[in-house]
Design a protein around this ligand. Structure first.
Ligand SMILES: [Zn+2]
Length: 351
């Protein structure tokens, strides 16, 4: 890996296969590239690699990225066509990883202390997530005032993220032969009221720090029924709420309970949102360096894990999020160059 040239570096990172669970060779390469840099202290746990300056600056920022990709799909190794680099992980998010490595190598004297953090297993179940594991095992490694997650955003700042919860709504009835249906109570019919309330529901749109979040409450699955001649005694509607980060998980659940009042509701899964956190000084400087308006992140990302550690965080990366996980995944060379220039501008001279 030659960290000086960000494009060569992007291809080198892309051409080390690192499907979730098999990030070892890429983590080794990242670690040895970082260990060659005398201005950085390097730490490793599993396939998470961290490097940091210790310049005694008043504020510390994190540049973070996951090393893993989804399974390759006839798109490995990378290829270049005109000004596009094609290949697995080019957008999500090896071009972002390459940017962080490039900055680590080429900016020995940044205006902030910087922690560069690379981790495994973002694309799979959260119990394997390298950021979550390090946050648990070595929270002090991640101490910082602000974090940038270099996930694909096509060069736009995407701030905060929405929370998500899933719940099962159950209706009950009484079984009977459909030939004598009056003896039973139909649980599927009872679910009609659940669906009506969801259909009538008007989700909120909330603007925080200039970012507009759009909530949603949807039925995502429905099941019920015993046989073709039996009045069903149970029906289950699974609902998913995406909530703006001004609600806590508890408040979001209370809200769903209110909407579906009178029905039995079982929470099955929930993850908090993250406030955009654009008021922290390094965040304001970062926005000035990028020079465009931030947008709200509607999906759930690892910025929420930083937020849970009390570190405001946002997403900013060269890849196009619409191409993430796609077989024709690619990244624009111009976006990589712009990203490198922007991060240099920001880190070299805090405003
Ligand atoms: Zn990603």
């Amino acid at each position: 890996m030659t960290p000086q040239n960000v494009l060569d570096l992007t291809r080198a990172v892309c051409d080390l296969e690192s499907v979730s669970g098999a990030e070892g060779p890429l983590a080794d390469a990242v670690e040895s590239a970082l260990r060659r840099l005398p201005h950085l202290e390097v730490l490793r746990d599993g396939d998470a690699v961290l490097a940091r300056t210790a310049l005694g600056r008043p504020e510390r920022v994190v540049l973070a990225g996951h090393l893993d990709t989804v399974p390759i799909n006839n798109n490995f190794p990378s290829t270049v066509v005109d000004d596009l680099i094609y290949g697995c992980g080019t957008s999500d998010m090896k071009s972002g990883v390459a940017l962080a490595l490039h900055l680590a190598a080429t900016l020995p004297d940044p205006g902030y202390d910087v922690t560069y953090f690379f981790y495994e297993a973002e694309e799979i179940e959260s119990k394997y997530n390298g950021l979550a594991l390090v946050a648990e095992a070595h929270p002090e490694w991640l101490e910082a005032d602000f974090a940038v997650l270099l996930e694909p955003t096509y060069g736009v700042v995407e701030a905060g993220c929405q929370g998500t919860l899933r719940a099962l709504v159950r209706t009950h009835g009484r079984r009977a032969h459909t030939a004598r249906a009056w003896r039973g109570v139909n649980a599927i019919h009872a679910a009609g009221e659940v669906l009506r309330r969801l259909e009538d529901y008007r989700p909120r749109t909330v603007t925080i720090d200039g970012c507009t979040y759009r909530e949603g409450l949807n039925a995502v699955r429905i099941s019920g029924g015993v046989a073709g001649n039996v009045v069903p005694d149970e029906c289950t509607v699974e609902v998913n709420m995406r909530f703006a980060p001004d609600r806590t998980e508890k408040q979001a659940l209370e809200h769903v309970q209110e909407v579906l009042e009178g029905f039995e509701l079982e929470l099955t899964d929930s993850a908090p949102g993250a406030l955009p956190g654009l008021t922290a000084a390094p965040a304001r400087d970062f926005l000035a360096a990028v020079g465009s308006e931030p947008a709200a992140k509607l999906g759930w990302t690892d910025v929420a894990r930083f937020a849970a550690l009390g570190i405001p965080a946002l997403n900013y990366g060269p890849g196009d999020p619409l191409l993430a996980h796609a077989p024709d995944e690619h990244v624009e060379i111009g976006k990589i160059r712009d990203g490198a220039a922007t991060l240099h501008r920001w880190l070299a001279s805090p405003f």
